[in-house]
Design a protein around this ligand. Structure first.
Ligand SMILES: *Cc1c(COP(=O)(O)O)cnc(C)c1O
Length: 379
């Protein structure tokens, strides 16, 4: 018998009730039936993003909204600062390059969070710097960046914004967008939103919308101004992924029923249990100083083949965990705990980790990790 479990930081596991809703016959997106759904989604998104501003929705993976946050905010001659502490930070640089935007990278050692002081120094250095691009949670390394501190320092500038890729942050840990004064925040459907891939989200404050007004870079599909106009009419500029919107209404209802505070608390608990468990097994965290509650990156101990470990997870237990990317390939595995995950899910994945490590010759007492996790999960 074959049973499969996703513990990758996107796509993540999906609630059965949401899957059933998405399997219903499709409706037409220019009809009142769809507009009613969109109206409810708009409210739910404002709750989830903790903002009074509209959250734009695009039919694309998360990278689509990231690209839009370059093409809609910047103009020819503008410069950007890019926090590069992993694969997704690098992506900001690649998008800037594609649009002919000169960017200054802040290279952060993988597994470490950016020091806001480095941003502060650079922001002052050049008046054509228009935006700082960062992640809230760098999924490739399991690091949480200090975005509140970055928002604080960017508040002093009327014509410079901070853009946060919070694709594994929103719905995982507290990011009060309006309260912190974050200018632009992005998310996507296939992580904490408990949906399949296919939707990207972006919200902007007034300061950011002023840059959009001035922006001269080319754009067509990801046209924020056009999308905002249509959003306010409960419409999407082009044919939206209708079934995903139907699913989104469901998951937003779930989040609202659970309550944001409880959602954050659940993620904190699952993350803490995972971290305690791997440490109890004598393993090290890849991001010990500033770990994200979305995903735990664990260093592969000496003598264990990391790629083999990842493959065995699937072969023996049907579990997908993520391996390291690029320079972290073979050095880490990443265990996700964002979205539709509960306490016993973590017991299962840690138990599987123990059985595999034992089989591969790593020395420890079986049950050590599970016990450490249970102690956190029982609190
Ligand atoms: C998943 C993810 C993305 C988006 O990637 P897509 O494959 O385009 O959905 C971007 N940034 C971070 C931090 C992510 O975790």
């Amino acid at each position: 018998m074959e049973k499969k479990y996703l513990f990758s930081p996107g796509p993540t596991m999906l609630p059965p009730g949401v899957l059933l809703k998405m399997a219903e016959p499709i409706m037409h997106h220019r009809e009142p039936e769809f507009e009613k759904i969109y109206a409810e989604i708009r409210e739910g998104m404002k709750y989830l993003f903790q903002t009074k501003n509209e959250v734009l929705i695009f039919t694309s993976s998360g990278t689509g909204a990231m690209e839009g946050a370059v093409s809609n905010l910047l103009s020819k001659g503008d410069k950007a600062i890019v926090v590069r502490g992993g694969k997704f930070g690098e992506r900001w640089g690649e998008i800037c390059k594609a649009y002919g935007i000169e960017f200054i990278p802040i290279d952060v050692e993988w597994g470490k969070a950016v020091d806001p002081k480095r941003i502060q120094e650079l922001v002052e250095s050049d008046s054509s710097i228009r935006a700082v691009y960062t992640q809230a949670s760098e999924t490739s390394t399991g690091v949480k960046h200090p975005i509140q501190a970055i928002a604080d320092l960017m508040k002093r500038y009327e014509d410079k914004v901070v853009v946060v890729d919070a694709i594994t942050g929103i719905g995982v840990f507290d990011i009060p967008i309006d309260a912190w004064g974050l200018d632009v925040v992005i998310s996507g459907s296939q992580k904490a939103l408990m949906l399949p891939p296919g939707l990207s989200f972006v919200t902007l404050n007034d300061k950011a919308w002023k840059l959009v007004e001035k922006s001269t870079l080319p754009k067509y599909y990801f046209d924020f101004k056009k999308e905002l106009k249509n959003t306010k009419k409960n419409q999407s500029s082009y044919t939206p992924a209708i079934s995903l919107y139907v699913g989104l209404r469901e998951t937003l209802r779930m989040i609202r029923t659970e309550g944001l505070e409880a959602v954050f608390h659940r993620h904190r608990t699952l993350a803490e249990a995972t971290r305690r468990a791997v440490k109890a097994l004598g393993l090290e965290l890849y991001a010990p100083d500033s770990p994200s509650d979305a995903v735990t990156a664990v260093k592969i101990p000496a003598g264990i083949d990391g790629e083999k470990l990842k493959d065995l997870f699937f072969e023996k237990f049907g579990i997908t965990v993520a391996e390291g990317q690029d320079r972290a390939k073979g050095k880490i595995i990443r265990i996700a705990h964002l979205g539709y995950y509960e306490r016993l899910d973590m017991v299962m994945v840690i138990s599987a980790l123990e059985m595999l490590l034992k089989e591969m010759g790593y020395s420890f007492e079986l049950g050590t990790g599970v016990k450490a996790a249970e102690e956190i999960l029982m609190k």
